[in-house]
Write a protein that binds this ligand. Sequence first.
Ligand code: PLP
Length: 221
Amino acid sequence: MLTGSGMGAISTTVLALVSAGDHVVAQTRHYMSTAKLFDEVLPRFGVTTTLVEQSDVEAIRAAIRPETKLIMLETPANPTLVLTDLAAVAAIARERGITTICDNTFASPLNQQPHALGIDVVVHSATKILGGHHDLTAGAICCSNELAEKIWRMHITLGSVLSPMDAWLLLRGLRTLAVRVERINANALQLARWLEAQPQVERVHYPGLESHPSTRSRSGR
Ligand SMILES: *Cc1c(COP(=O)(O)O)cnc(C)c1O
């Protein structure tokens, strides 16, 4: 399902899946407007949220309550590039019948496929890498038909639909996605390596570097 912006995709999905009295587990680090949705909007409708350090799977598990309906994930997180173990969190959520959402904007669908790791709903801001030309705003919601049925109704009601012109521009952008992501990955890694070698630079946050905390813990397992 396409929306008028990435935030349209996120707010529509979340509002479609929670009701008063429900509880959400989200991350301490999210794109700023996503954080505001949990901080400022949901409490007005009787939905509470616990924010958890996203690299700590045990903390995510511990934050779950009987009334938890949703786990909201964003990995790599904007702008810190902290990672969440999607497969581990998806397994915990599946066991308890909790729906998982992953904001996959920063990775792009070519670098990470959360559905393959067990995540229920994948959301994207298409305004950035997917569009690729800085001339459109759009978002995407990807999920099963069953969840789409629920989210679609909220989508129409909230009016977070994509305009025909932006949809056309997005299709044009997608045609070059594969070559652009390849170049983005190569440029970012080269830049991160160069920055890390500069004595004036204290720390570089990039998951492709050996110094990234999640990379270290993975190789140490
Ligand atoms: C930019 C961004 C959004 C919001 O996207 P818009 O299309 O600007 O609404 C959501 N999540 C992440 C991770 C982003 O970087």
